[in-house]
Design a protein around this ligand. Sequence first.
Ligand code: HEM
Length: 198
Amino acid sequence: MDTLKTVRFVGKPVVFLLCLLPAALVVTDAFELTGRLGANPVEEILDRFGNWGLRMIMITLAVTPLRRITGWNWLARFRRMLGLFAFFYVLMHFLTWLILDQGVLLSAILEDLTERPFITIGFAALLLLIALAATSTGGMRRRLGRRWQVLHNAVYAIALLGVWHYWWQVKKDITEPLIYAAILTVLLGARLWWRWRR
Ligand code: HEM
């Protein structure tokens, strides 16, 4: 089997299932089949989806540098799927907040969105992610031409807003958001370095 066929028939289904695993674990843990969600299940679900959203954004951003360093051009074929999983996890994170945390209560939602800046920032990132997910198809890419790349550069803003959102809501220990910030600095730094050399 050549590389493209291996990616399509083996790589993609395997990566798809791996990406789905954290969401599946939330469901099986909720039914106490594989573990537990703990004393505060809503917060646990919110945190798990939020963390996986941020991890998937980082993994998606890592594809291009990894491809350039290794020369494995087939890695680019996973980028769209990874990006859509980032969107999926952030959307689940948002829906957990909207439905389980806020109980779809409009006044509480508006208050949180306007009076808790870290939520405003997260929401801005979600809106950008929706725009990228909606234009992620090959058809939209062709239709938008050069504007597509300009729009999809918003992924860097999304990553920055995501880390900022996390950083801002942490109460004491900033280790984890700091790790994400360091990873993001490396990923963006590599791109700037390559661009500068060109
Ligand atoms: C790209 C978009 C987003 C990313 C990457 C993201 C990521 C995260 C992460 C990593 C956490 C911390 C989880 C932990 O403590 O382990 C978090 C917490 C949280 N996020 Fe988001 N989030 C995003 C968008 C949103 C949106 C749109 C909302 C709601 C409108 C939201 C509401 C919250 C809330 C309420 C918390 C919990 C804060 C707490 O525990 O006090 N996030 N998010």
